[in-house]
Write a protein that binds this ligand. Sequence first.
Ligand code: HPA
Length: 279
Amino acid sequence: MTNPPYTETIAACAEALLDKMGSGRPKTALVLGSGLGPFGEDMDVETVVPYGDLPGFPQSTVKDHKGRFLIGRAAGIPLICMQGRVHLYEGYPASLLAVPIRVLKSIGVETLVLTNAAGSLRTDMPSGSLMMITDHINLSGQNPLIGPNADNFGPRFHDVTQAWTPLLQEALLEAALEAGVTLHRGVYLQVSGPNFETPAEIRAFGRMGADAVGMSTVPEALVASHAGMAVAGISLITNLAAGLSPVELTHTETIEEAAKAYARIKALLMAFFAGRTSA
Ligand code: HPA
């Protein structure tokens, strides 16, 4: 039986990361989506590890994605942050998207907070809104768990009924109250990208039950839940989806709108982390 893909890479990256990390062992990780890069200046960073220092670790080709781990503390809790992630549309095999998450699991991370920029299918959730992911629809056509199963991480067939951990959803809603920010709840639908959707696709996705659409996050959530990690997700809405607004969809708009909403998502994340002092 062949090994699951990237078995040696995951072990080598985890070892290299542990070597560079010092003594702290954060149990919580945060993946920063488009426009969330400034979070690096708002946490107390003790160690920076560029992805390039880890042998075989996937590197993003997207402009504005930095590609490094930030290790330190946020709101008092130990945290490891991923500044930059890889996407299916960059052409990487889906199984490669398992590597960062399995490296995090291997160094002791138990809770994964995923963030992204997304288009909204609801006019009552316009640009600048924050949406907590309560569930997802995987329409990317791909799955990072395809291939020989990594038995050391999780079972061949795993239940994803509660992939978006209910306790973390409660904690996020409490944090939103504390931070005074409105937090919508909704279903995130992932497409492969790289093009934005057609208006007909958006109409179809709305009928399927999606509230927001984007090009990331689901592979990471699948790999993390397979490995038994608790998973939370926040979408920062940067636009109304295709056909719902006359504004042309561009990556520049995504980055600009994410920057405008940054203060609110930062307040939400800090309140969430502050509430996890026992974690
Ligand atoms: N569609 C897909 N991905 C996105 C969008 C969108 O409208 N906005 C930000 N990321």
